[in-house]
Design a protein around this ligand. Structure first.
Ligand code: ATP
Ligand code: MG
Length: 313
């Protein structure tokens, strides 16, 4: 009970005839990075707004640290820093004045504000630029500052709505690194909306997959990936004769063998060392040039989940 940061029970929200969130039952433990993964319009932002008490549920309920979102939104916002679709920064204020302003809202004493501003801006590599006006900053720098803002009053929960959207890959990677190290350092719980699969894989220890307001799966990225099919090896080379293929098919670890354009694809029953397999192929007279090991990516699993659901709908 006490180790749960967020709990929803049949949480549902309609906009007219559109059911944006559909009987969501979710528990997010404290101290982890939770990724809420879904395509455009699947209900991610609506869920965040429900959790922060910015919207009322049509049906069901949600609580954050045990506080009810309908009646205790003020308690929740004391404990949750949020970065929503609009970054909430004041463009004409400097970086440090932006943070100072939010620190005042949360009634942080002056010395504590100053120390926290230095700590956060240093962490995000923005300390040298603290007196600059935010308007002229790059989008990546603004997003980092917006996350710093969300963390300013040391909330135990941070809610981020697509924090890297619109950033180039380098800026996004840099923001992710800074965010991850900060989260580890401060032990906060993170609820992160994303439709970016590599982002979910890198940051999140638990991922919920949502489509059309419905939760399809909740699991670690590793376990989700494990559901997505067996591992495989792809070998480029020559001399993949019928004898070689027959020898491979007879091996217990091999589930399926296929050759296309000189490329040999082996589906395996489980993740294994490929060394003995390669030795057997070479011994049987084939030439091996390149070996690539693979398994289902989270993207494969995500796309499969999306397809399965739309077939049922
Ligand atoms: N204020 C609103 N009024 C009417 N419909 C809304 C409103 N907010 C959201 N919706 C609808 O609810 C559904 C879910 O929207 P939501 O913004 O939660 O999705 P999302 O997963 O955040 O999408 P995206 O990845 O594009 O940000 C959509 O069909 C959207 O059009
Ligand atoms: Mg959204």
């Amino acid at each position: 009970m006490n180790n749960i940061a967020i709990r929803t029970e049949n949480l549902t929200r309609d906009f007219g005839s559109v059911r944006a969130v559909d009987h969501l039952n979710l528990e997010v433990p404290k101290g982890i990075v939770f990724g809420f993964l879904g395509p455009n319009g699947s209900g991610k932002t609506t869920t965040i707004r429900l959790l922060l008490g910015l919207l009322d549920p049509t049906e069901g309920r949600a609580e954050v640290f045990g506080y009810d979102t309908r009646t205790q939104a003020a308690e929740i916002r004391e404990r949750a820093g949020a970065l929503l679709e609009h970054n909430g920064l004041y463009e004409r204020l400097s970086a440090q004045d932006n943070l100072d302003y939010f620190g005042r809202i949360y009634r942080m004493p002056a010395a504590e504000r100053a120390a926290r501003i230095e700590e956060l801006l240093t962490h995000f590599g923005l300390w040298e630029r603290r007196t600059q006006i935010v308007k002229d900053w790059s989008k990546g720098m603004q997003q980092k500052l917006a996350i710093a803002r969300a963390l300013m009053h040391r909330p135990p929960l941070v809610i981020l709505d697509e924090p890297t959207s619109g950033l180039d890959p380098i800026a996004a990677a840099s923001l992710r690194d800074d965010l991850l190290s900060l989260v580890e350092q401060e032990g906060v719980t993170v609820f992160l909306n994303t439709h970016n699969l590599p982002e979910a894989e890198k940051l999140c220890s638990l991922v919920g997959v949502i489509r059309q307001g419905k939760l399809l799966a909740v699991d670690s990225p590793d376990r989700l990936r494990a559901q997505g099919g067996s591992p495989m090896v792809e070998i480029t080379g020559s001399g993949f004769t019928d004898d070689v293929l027959a020898m491979l098919r007879s091996r217990p670890e091999v589930a399926a063998v296929e050759v296309t354009n000189g490329r040999l694809r082996l589906d395996l029953h489980e993740q294994i060392e490929v060394g003995p397999l390669v030795t057997a192929i070479v011994t049987a007279g084939a030439q091996v040039e390149e070996i690539r090991k693979g398994s289902a990516s989270l993207e494969d699993v995500f796309l499969t989940l999306m397809r399965e659901e739309s077939q049922e709908a």
